[in-house]
Design a protein around this ligand. Structure first.
Ligand code: ZN
Length: 370
């Protein structure tokens, strides 16, 4: 080989090496095995600010990639949880009150449906009743968020492997005293035919190896964080343990549902307790993802609730003494977005709420054959 052709080979090889490294780093093909998507209902920047000041530190601070998103629904600058949940679950906007359908009433395929097509296990863990708007958006398709009987029926038949939350009053037939059903079906019996069901945290904590589990832990929403002897983090740990038994990975949606309820009521102490409780679930997700190395964790809110702000003199000695709730409802303010793990960089910057759902679906969806 002449000296000239040796040099030529050297440059060809160098080019190939650089090209290979560059294409690997472009991230085009990087898909996480698992996704843990955590939604703080109503959790705006002010809610996080207050939790940081009062608690000292938050697991949310462990993220290095952050963004913000605009939350408007298809028919209002101020979204409700149904339309926002639908945008986060499907990547498309819909009208307020609607879960899992577009404004024309056509079903929108959600993240969990894509995940199951990819052979992944799916689960939800929330501190509200199971058929509440956010979990409904990930497991049902219906025109009215408060038609809990219809939504719950769809959820139980959706193929979710893990369902954790409150709401057994919505399961029992109308003849039962506390029942909120308008028919004689006993969904608890129907559910028990599909998977193990527990109705107390003690039974939940002791459950052995299982690939499926429903934990219906209260009649209505779960008790407020300050009145529970377990955290959303405890529920998240167990959900991950079960779903992680699937070789092809899993998608888990966790909702800190009651930050929103507390902010609607203008109760600062509750807002703080619920936000810190939500942060325990973030710890659980990040601890798992850091050890696993192939798990994407995304944290966001569906909208801001309360128009919460802290003017001068409203905070003293790390205590919120005089918060201002400018509304008892949702607002149009942008909300924070945090991401960690494979694909995390796609969530940096300012975007629309639909970008979050669309991107998660891109990362979970089975590649179409060329
Ligand atoms: Zn909400």
């Amino acid at each position: 080989m002449s000296l000239k052709s040796k040099y030529f080979s050297f440059w060809v090889i160098l080019f190939l090496v650089v090209a290979t490294v560059a294409s690997a780093q472009s991230g085009a093909d990087v898909k996480p095995k698992n996704i843990i998507f955590l939604i703080g209902d109503g959790m705006g920047v002010a809610h996080v600010t207050a939790a940081k000041i009062v608690n000292g530190s938050l697991n949310m601070e462990r993220f290095k990639i952050m963004g913000m998103h605009m939350t408007a629904s298809a028919n209002d600058y101020v979204t409700d949880s149904a339309a926002a949940g639908t945008a986060l679950a499907t990547g498309y906007k819909t009208n307020n009150d609607v879960v899992g359908l577009n404004p024309e009433g056509k079903p929108l395929k959600n993240l969990m449906e894509y995940a199951r097509e990819a052979g992944k296990a799916t689960g939800i863990a929330v501190s509200s009743i199971l058929p509440h708007a956010t979990p409904a958006a990930f497991s049902a398709h219906h025109k009215a968020r408060y038609h809990y009987d219809v939504i719950l029926d769809q959820q139980l038949n959706s193929g979710l492997d893990v369902m954790i939350g409150g709401g057994w009053d919505n399961f029992y037939p109308q003849s039962f005293t506390a029942s909120r059903r308008k028919d004689d079906r006993n969904l608890m019996l129907e559910l028990r035919k599909k998977m193990p069901v527990v109705t107390s945290y003690e039974a939940f904590a002791q459950i052995g190896k299982t690939y499926k589990l429903a934990a219906i832990l209260n009649g209505g929403h779960l008790p407020p964080a300050s009145k529970r002897n377990y955290t959303l983090g405890n529920l998240t740990d167990k959900a991950i343990e079960i779903l992680n038994l699937n070789d092809k990975g899993f998608v888990l949606m966790v909702e800190g549902s009651q930050i929103d309820l507390a902010a609607h009521d203008g109760e600062m102490e509750r807002v703080l307790a619920e936000t810190v409780d939500f942060d325990t679930a973030i710890k659980s997700a990040l601890d798992f993802a850091e050890a696993d190395g192939n798990t994407l964790v995304v944290v966001t809110a569906d909208h801001e609730t309360g128009g919460l702000s802290f003017p001068m003199k409203s905070i003293e000695n790390a205590k919120i003494v005089n918060p201002v709730f400018s509304s008892d409802n949702h607002t149009a303010a942008m909300v924070p977005l945090f991401a960690f793990g494979p694909g995390a960089e796609k969530f940096g910057g300012m975007c629309d709420i639909t970008h979050v759902g669309k991107t998660l679906i891109e990362l979970v969806k089975v590649d179409e054959q060329p």
